[in-house]
Ligand binder design. Structure first.
Ligand code: AMP
Length: 295
């Protein structure tokens, strides 16, 4: 058997750092009837990523993890250059999670000098993070589309931590008839409630403490919702009041929207998404919950 396919039959994990090679491996795997699970990431893995990998492992014969810090989804002045990277640590987490192939490549291979094709989901990308980060989702959908063409997955797993991203990717997959099953996975939190994120590494101890107001605010809104409050403005006010107690935390947005259409709602129900984005110092954090769902 071709040595490139050996991991399919063993427990060895392989790092593949060329697009052509990954495509070849994926095509061969498909020819031999294997089901490919795929988890795209920007690396600096934590337990949130590991939960996606664990689920991916159970749903496919071959588990592919991509690690690519995608320059196209970072705006000017954002943290592309300083985004945390640690391939060695990521590799050991991946091996532990049963990953067969880590795909990674350079920005120059992903976007050669003559690159000129973009995937743009129009309406779902207008509000929330799309409003604060122009061009961000165009970068995300473009790279995810490319990664799907490279990894040829049957199933791809994404976290609800990036709720709008998941909605936008579902839209892209539906609109472009991509033969990929998209699975949304629950938000994994630190024991004190902070949603796990590679960017948490930027937080000083004081900032980290202040950041707990996000999960506190979500919990408080949930409690009011369960106690019968349905007025979106009053629920948002609860969030504003809690975050106002932390001077280091600056609100970008606090919004209640329909969890599928992302349309704004005046009265909430079980399908309402509470989405928050803040800046703590220079670090941008997001968190969310759907009122009718456990986390
Ligand atoms: P990233 O590396 O931040 O681009 O994230 C890669 C994938 O992991 C995305 O689908 C994220 O939504 C997901 N993810 C990140 N943080 C978490 C978390 N705390 N819980 C669940 N999934 C997460």
């Amino acid at each position: 058997m071709n040595s490139r396919l050996r991991p399919i039959l063993s427990t060895d994990m392989r790092v593949v750092s060329s697009i052509n090679e990954m495509q070849f491996i994926a095509a061969e795997a498909r020819k031999s009837g294997k089901r490919i699970s795929f988890v795209p990431t920007m690396g600096f893995l934590h337990s949130g990523h590991a939960s996606l990998l664990k689920e991916g492992r159970t749903r496919g014969d071959i588990l592919v993890l991509s690690i690519f810090v995608n320059p196209a989804q970072f705006g000017a002045g954002e943290d592309f250059d300083r985004y945390p990277r640690d391939m060695e640590r990521d590799s050991s987490i991946a091996a532990e999670a049963g990953v067969d192939f880590i795909f990674t490549c350079t920005p120059a291979e992903m976007y050669p000098a003559d690159y000129q094709t973009w995937v743009d989901v129009t309406e779902l990308t207008l509000p929330l993070c799309g409003a604060s980060r122009p061009g961000h989702f165009r970068g995300v959908t473009t790279v995810v589309c490319k990664l799907f063409n490279i990894v040829l997955p049957h199933i791809a797993l994404f976290g609800k931590k990036d709720y709008q991203q998941l909605a936008v990717i579902r839209r892209m997959v539906t609109d472009l008839n991509m033969p990929v099953e998209v699975v949304g996975m629950p938000i994994i939190r630190e024991p004190d409630g902070l949603a796990m994120s590679s960017r948490n590494k930027y937080l000083s101890p004081d900032e980290r403490k202040s950041s707990l107001c996000l999960s506190r605010a979500l919990q408080s809104v949930r409690a009011s919702y369960h106690a019968g409050e349905r007025n979106a403005e009053r629920l948002k006010q609860i969030v504003n009041n809690i975050i106002a107690l932390e001077p280091a935390v600056i609100i970008d947005y606090v919004e209640l929207r329909h969890c599928e259409t992302l349309a704004e709602v005046a009265m909430v129900d079980n399908h309402s998404l509470l989405a928050l984005a803040v800046k703590v110092g220079t670090t941008r954090l997001i968190d969310n919950c759907v009122l009718g769902e456990d986390d």
